[in-house]
Write a protein that binds this ligand. Sequence first.
Ligand code: NAG
Ligand code: NAG
Ligand code: NAG
Ligand code: NAG
Length: 868
Amino acid sequence: MDTFSQFGDILIGAIFVIHSGFVFQPPTFQEEPKPVSCMGFHIRYYRDVLGLMFAVDEINNSPELLPNISLGFRLLDSCMSELRAVGGVLSLLTGLGNPFPGYDCHTSSVMVGIVGEQLSALSIPIARILGALHYPQTIGAIRLAKRSRCVRGHDADVPLPLPSGLISHGATLSALSNKINFPTFFRTMPSNFFQNIALIQLIGRFGWTWVGMLVVDNDVGQQGAQVIQAGIESNGGCVAFLEKIHLRYSIKQIKKVVNVIKGSSINVIVLLSPEVHVRDLLDVMFDDGVNGKIFITSASFIFTPGLFSKKAWKVLNGTVGLVASTPSIPGFEQFLLNLHPNASSRYPFIRLFWEKAFNCHWPIEYPNGEKLTTHIIKEDVTCTGEEGLGSEVSQLFETNDLSLTYHAYLAVYAYAHALHSLLNCPTVSKGYFSHGVCANINDAKPWKVLRYLKKTNFHTKSGEVMKFNSEGDLPALYDIMNVQILHDSFNLVKVGRIDPEAKLGEKISLNVSAILWSDHFIQVPVSVCSDSCRPGYRKVPLQGRPICCYDCVPCSEGEMTNHTDADECAICPTDQWSNEERDRCVPKVIEFLSYNEPLGIVLVIMVVMLSILTFCILIIFIKNQDTPIIKATNRELSYILLVSLILCFLCCLVFIGQPSTFSCILRQTFFSVAFSISISSVLAKTIMVILAFKATSPNSPLRKWLGPAIPRNVVGLCLVFQMSICSIWLYKSPPFPALNTQNYKITFECNEGQKVFFYATLAFMGFLAMVSFFVAFLARNLPGSFNEAKLITFSMLVFCSVWISFIPAYLSTSGKYTVAVQIFTILASSAGLLGCIFLPKCYIILLRPERNNRDFLSGKRKKKDLIN
Ligand SMILES: *[C@@H]1O[C@H](CO)[C@@H](O)[C@H](O)[C@H]1NC(C)=O
Ligand SMILES: *[C@@H]1O[C@H](CO)[C@@H](O)[C@H](O)[C@H]1NC(C)=O
Ligand SMILES: *[C@@H]1O[C@H](CO)[C@@H](O)[C@H](O)[C@H]1NC(C)=O
Ligand SMILES: *[C@@H]1O[C@H](CO)[C@@H](O)[C@H](O)[C@H]1NC(C)=O
């Protein structure tokens, strides 16, 4: 495994990503496995190595920090491959080209710790190995390589040199903060613990409840996806899809992912993946026309435009992402300008960089035997070494965003300060070593450096205090960045900031108007499964879909919602009802049959006219009281009947208008008393008719009954009976005015108290009516041209049918219409009596006075009359 070393008294190991990919053939186990080979040299990643070198240079030139001690480093390129990273760390520990665990083959200088790895996925195995080696272990089975320089690691007296710190400059996975699993792990990049919360809050802030997720296909992506998905769901959002992506995916697998994105209605994709894994995906998305999706990226995604094609840029347009806050490194650009590939150059990979930067290639063979990895150059331009970096340096190295490079730089400083404290001859009481002996360079063992690393506390050049917390992390401070592709240039614009140390409301500061979304969205994009429900509607989940997908259905009557996206409609209070839009409760209309409304007016007019008519008939009867027709029909009863009918009509007026205690009592009692008088008069009339005909012979014993006693008794008896029912009713439970609120309106009505009394009065009247009817029916065939019995039969028939039809009408109407039905029934039945019994007589009295004589009435003139 190729390593690159710069020698010094003390070495720092470094595992960096320099190539953005690797080629790995799965072993067939039929031949010796081939090593993982690297491909895709990328300047942005190479820049991190230069940051490390810059820090080493600064420290070596510094008179304060580690004077008289030179720092060196040993570098390995992981190429984003776990296999290479694990192999690399073993090889670094051993100091050999090949990894021999348990042996230290460093010649003169000791390696005190390792800086790296940028990717969490690769940091985990490295940290596990370094953590595991924290404890002495016996390695007997591994044969010592035939190199006498190598010292056996585990000797009785010599402490094992292997335990070693690891400071990562890029790994953000929060699980790495667990000091039981990763005791020697530190990082200068913030843990993503707060980043995940911040991402969830950001998504919530924009109101996105329907998002897709793309995560890297490894443990890191898996864990991040779980946290973010749970967060989105606890915010009431849903994840439409969760797809995995990795740089080793075939184009077929990538197409499948793109089809999922294409088939979904989301506008926002949360991207939890280092940038290299999505490179091909973005190209395929562009080719398939899947654009207009906004990516929200985590801090593990590095915005390095050089890695992506122009097609991918377009797809990334509008992306909003988190970047660990990074100050500038003074002097770094000058350092970059001095890069030169001359023969004595001490920079690793400098020729490769030159080829990439100037798009040329070196002659294949070099004097020192350096061989280039697969790096395809189209134009056949030979590099001369005379090319100048000049003004292109900032664009080439993307120095506007020094993230990771700065963190690698900081990691070197952390080691230097720890070493400095170790070697700086601490006071006896505070010192690590007893006997008051100062530590010398031979004491710079990794496990001792670790102790000082934990306590390190220094100021960076930009003035920040650097101090690892108990978990080996630095405080998280993020910038919110927005990708804006304008006129073919890739701009990264800072639009906000996340500071977990800030007060609750100020943790996220964001200038939304500064964000340029892609050209599909003028405003903040909307990413929801269903549009929100207006007030007055409630959500109904769709069967088999996530909770964010729903239908909106209007609230039912009497229920309302006054806010959007209601899950339930609220029931209005009993005295209120929902309005037409169902977004408010309005007081119910109080309703009763009033004199002001058309129905009331019509009824009043009918009452008045019928009363006047009855009164006129009464006048006619009184005027003609001595004519035969009136004499023949029991004058006294007729007057009683007419007066009671007038009362029946007039009692309707009590039913109209706002109910009061008085009018409620009056209504039913007045009505039942007036009606029982009329019906009992009819009954008495019928009885008298029968008696009159039965007693025609002068000797009949019935004649003595023909006096006024019978009708008076019948009427009086009925009256007394009905009045006693009413008295008990009024005594036991008198009717009272009440509000009936069952419905969309409040009906102001009379509650009849105990209904049994109401029905008893009705039943008594019904009984009287039936008796009258039967008696009249039996007498219907009695002779006489003017047959009273027939008329009574007919009137009772009308009366009964009106009241029988009243019952269903009464039960099936509500509110004021119940009252109207009762009034109408009273009017109709009374008018029936009036019409059937009295109108024929009025007809004869007024229009056919010639018939108004005894002969005609007793039927003797009938035939003759007809012949004439
Ligand atoms: C460094 O070396 C110089 C010269 O060799 C010596 O004078 C000085 O005391 C040394 N400094 C330390 C801190 O050892
Ligand atoms: C937000 O961004 C807009 C557009 O870039 C700018 O005009 C405005 O001043 C910014 N507001 C704040 C508070 O930074
Ligand atoms: C990127 O989005 C901005 C803002 O909507 C737009 O003006 C620009 O044209 C887009 N760039 C590309 C390459 O589509
Ligand atoms: C919505 O209705 C509730 C309960 O009736 C009330 O407390 C609240 O003020 C109303 N909100 C609006 C915006 O009308």
